[in-house]
Structure formats: C-alpha cells, structure tokens
Design a protein around this ligand. Structure first.
Ligand SMILES: *Cc1c(COP(=O)(O)O)cnc(C)c1O
Length: 383
C-alpha cells in the first residue's frame, strides 16, 4: 500500500508513525498536546509555521497528516465534530447547487442538509443509492455532490462506491463518501474514485468513546479551500481532542480486526435465533450487500442491526435488558452499545423519507469477549 507521501509502509505502521516523529527538542515519542492559543514570532512578519491556534496547531497537524496517509489522500482537514466537517464540505458549494444523498444517511447529516443548508439555497434529494437508475434520475444540471454512506446507518446497506463515482463524474459532480462506519482500515474510498471522504472521528478512529471530532480527506486544492473555512468559520478541534484521536488511531487496525470477528459471530448467532426476525450485517452470506462488501471492503465492520420478533415493544425491552451492551447513542468504541435508532439516533428523521423501522435494534459490537456479549444478548432476548 502506498500513501500520499510515497511511503510503502503498511496501514498500522502508518497509523502509528505518520505525522508523529519524536519531538525534535525533547525526543518525546508522543506528539505533545500543544495547549496554546498563540505562538511567539521571531520577527514581525515571520513565524515558525504557526501563528494562532485556530489557524493551525501542531497537534492538529499531526492528526491531519496521519489521516491523509491512512485514507490515501493528499491532505486531511480536521474539525470539532463530524457534522462540522460536513458543514465545511457543503460550504464549498453556492446557493442553487444541489446534492443527491443516500436515503438512509446518518440522521444528523439529513437534519443539516434539510434544515440548515436548504435555508441557504442548497437543496438535497434523498434516494435509494443501491438503485443506480434511481440515482441517475435524481441528478439535476446543478447537482454537485453525490453523498454516500456505506455501510449505511442503521440498516447497513452497502453502496457500490466505484459505480457511484463513475455516475457522478460522468455528470460533472463529485462523490462524497462518509467512511465513518468502515474506517480506512476496512475500506479505501479514494481507490474506488471518491473525491471527498468524511469522518466522524468520534467513532472508530477515536475508538474509546472519549472524544468528539471530524475530518475531511481529499486532494490538496480542495483541502486548501477547506482549511480556509476551518480558519474563517472556526469549528476547530482542540489540541487535547486531537491527541486523543491520534492515540486511538494507533490501535485502529487491531481493534477493527476484533470488532469484525465479534460482529460476525453475533450476526450468525442472531440469524439462527427464532426470537429474531431479520439481521442486517454485510458479513452474512445471506445479506443483500454481501458480494459488494466482499469486493470493496476487507471486513464487514462492527455494526449489526436486527429486528426482534414482537415489534417495537420487544425492541425497547431488549435494549433495556442488556448489561454489557450499554443503552446509548454513538458507536465505534471498545465497549458494546445497543439502541433503538427510530427513537434515539434517528429520531430527527421521523416522518421524513429517511424514517427507519421502529422495531430495529442497532448494535455497536465492542471488543469484549464475544461469549460474554452473546450471553448478554441471550438474556435480554429471553426477557
Ligand atoms: C456520528 C456520525 C456523524 C456525525 O459525526 P459527529 O462527530 O457526531 O458530529 C456523521 N456520519 C456518521 C456515519 C456518523 O456515524
């Protein structure tokens, strides 16, 4: 694998080293938390690379360089949250421009598109992106972005990134890929033609449920426009947040391996359980996205969703019946989480085209011992 800086090192080596040389002054092996708002300048009009910490901070630079390397892009620009990163990407457009987005994007993404950017003249059309004809039909002459998320949230549908990139490029638009669920360890959207990659680093990249952050990975020219917005609008992440995210990224590879193994086992057991009506996990051979996932991912990820027999009430009861799986929003941490998206993470999409089934349970499968997780789910399903 080759990164943007010509390195032929493997993924985990780059996760641990790129942008993270030992501190030249002290030899500290970990990039320091540069908890400073400003930087002393040697002379008027001269500086050592940093002037003011909204504009640039060395801890943030390290994180940005590392992320660009992992996604195989020329550059990365970090933000205070995933939604702040998305906001910056949409601010690259102008009123009158149009976005085609997947009809099951993250609820907060749809809320921002529909309730914020629409007011400023940028319209979005949700469409089932597993249907390429429907995607083509949703294009307008003003369409600038095709906004995809795969695996999708919370139904874990798999979208064909290469086909979507081609479709967008033929029509003069860009493919924006939210790679939060897959992570660059399991999926490389750049290699499939994506122009802009979005991350909520809050999730697997941070990996320990202790920090909120976002990033955009893209070419140098677009990154420069985003860095302008990062400074001009100001939704920057703090140095301690950048440090925590970098620290999480170092173990991304080993964590994802374990997330995938645990999620696969849980999906298989749930699929065989008569108390469960349907399981959504692209790692299952029976899943409609399985073949595509095998082609474009190196593992099916750590998210599993399912519908217990008995409807919405049973779903709520199961979520309140687990002990190891915490009932909580978010995902991607080492600890397992359970939730009902229709009432929790996706409440903002009720009554919209993005509505999710009210009996759906979503699991963020952690890296605990899987037998303990299975016993926990079994107890909760038994009621
Ligand atoms: C959480 C999430 C976001 C939003 O990120 P925040 O860091 O919570 O602002 C965007 N996309 C996906 C797929 C997410 O899971």
């Amino acid at each position: 694998m080759t990164d943007s800086r010509g390195s032929d090192q493997g993924f985990s080596t780059r996760a641990i080293h790129v942008g993270q040389e030992p501190d030249p002054r002290t030899g500290a092996v970990i990039v320091p938390i540069y908890q400073t708002s400003t930087f002393a300048q040697p002379a008027v009009g001269q500086h050592l690379g940093y002037e003011y910490a909204r504009t640039g901070n060395p801890t943030r630079t390290a994180l940005q360089e590392c992320l660009a390397s992992l996604e195989g892009t020329e550059a990365a620009v970090c933000f205070a949250s995933g939604l702040a990163a998305e906001d910056a990407v949409i601010r690259l457009l102008t009123p009158g421009d149009h976005i085609v987005c997947a009809n099951d994007v993250y609820g907060g993404t749809w809320r921002q598109l529909d309730q914020v950017h629409r007011r400023f003249g940028i319209e979005s059309t949700p469409v089932d992106m597993t249907d390429l004809d429907a995607v083509a039909a949703a294009f307008r002459p003003t369409t600038r972005y095709l906004w995809a998320e795969t695996p999708s949230n919370p139904l874990l549908k798999i979208l064909d990134l290469a086909a979507l990139a081609q479709l967008a490029h033929e029509r003069g638009a860009w493919l924006v890929a939210d790679n939060t669920f897959a992570t660059p360890y399991l999926q490389q959207p750049t290699a499939l033609g994506a122009d802009i990659i979005i991350h909520s680093t809050t999730k697997y990249l941070g990996g320990h449920s202790d920090v909120v952050g976002g990033a955009v990975c893209t070419d140098a020219a677009t990154a420069s426009d985003l860095a302008f917005l990062q400074n001009a609008v100001g939704a920057v992440p703090g140095p301690f947040d950048n440090f925590l995210t970098l620290r999480g990224i170092k173990t991304l590879g080993v964590r994802m391996d374990r997330h995938v193994v645990n999620a696969m086992r849980i999906a298989e057991v749930l699929e065989a359980d008569p108390r469960v009506e349907a399981v959504h996990y692209p790692g299952l051979p029976s899943d409609p996205g399985h073949d595509l996932a095998k082609r474009q991912m190196t593992g099916a990820g750590g998210m599993v969703s399912f519908r217990p027999t008995g409807g919405a009430e049973t779903a709520a009861r199961v979520c309140q019946g687990t002990e190891l799986f915490f009932l909580a929003e978010s995902l991607g941490g080492v600890e397992s989480l359970i939730e009902v998206p229709g009432i929790m993470t996706h409440a903002s999409v009720a009554g919209t085209p993005l509505e999710v089934p009210d009996d759906l349970v979503r699991l963020s499968v952690g890296i605990e011992d899987v037998d303990d997780l299975l016993a926990d789910l079994d107890r909760a399903l038994a009621g």
